[in-house]
Design a protein around this ligand. Structure first.
Ligand code: GDP
Ligand code: MG
Length: 172
């Protein structure tokens, strides 16, 4: 079975761990298997996804570079309730392009995630802004809530589909 490696990146407190736990475990903010692997099926085909939850190391840029090198796909998370976290994923995107494009990758699989969609009254970033960025980067955009479990599976299915598409392009 193909094992895909993806990294969940973004500012501290946006919900990277909450999203990972919700996906792996189906629970909210509880302990989970620290290996962060999940076997699941996308489009009736099984795969194993290894998720690097880049917890608490956001400020160490050299470590971030190492995570980027070791991953094939990226889930860039910001909080819909905190504009500066939206700006932060743009910096991470630039780092990904800088590191991945020279490795001969044409297109790097990326999903942009605006988390905490349940906090409707605290929203600072518009849906149209996320959609616009996704159009520019030719990737996908989802608004999620780890708390009430909205769109979590869709995010990971989407990254697997993009990773598979890259595999089939490499074969051609
Ligand atoms: P990380 O630093 O990016 O890993 O963020 P965490 O997963 O630790 O989450 C930071 C805080 O944000 C947690 O204490 C949660 O209470 C809160 N949080 C995470 N996801 C959500 C969400 O979808 N909705 C709401 N309301 N709060 C969330
Ligand atoms: Mg965390």
């Amino acid at each position: 079975m193909r094992v895909f490696q993806c990294a969940v990146m973004g500012s501290g407190g946006v919900g990277k761990s909450a999203i990972t736990v919700r996906f792996i475990n189906g629970s909210y903010l509880e302990w989970y298997d620290p290996t962060n692997r999940k076997q699941f099926s996308v489009d009736a085909q099984p795969c194993l996804l290894e998720i690097l939850d880049t917890a608490g190391i956001d400020q160490y840029l050299t470590l971030n570079d190492m995570f980027i090198r070791e991953s094939e796909g990226f889930i860039l998370v910001f909080s819909l309730c905190q504009r500066d976290t939206f700006e932060e994923i743009i910096r991470t995107y630039d780092a990904i392009q800088r590191i991945k494009l020279p490795e001969g990758n044409q297109r790097v699989p990326i999903v942009i995630v605006g988390n905490k969609s349940d906090l409707v009254d605290e929203r600072e970033v518009d849906s149209t802004e996320g959609e616009k960025l996704a159009l520019e980067w030719q990737c996908s955009y989802y608004e999620t809530s780890a708390r009430i479990s909205t769109n979590i599976t869709a995010v990971f299915e989407n990254i697997v589909r993009q990773l598979r598409r890259n595999d089939s392009l490499k074969k051609e």
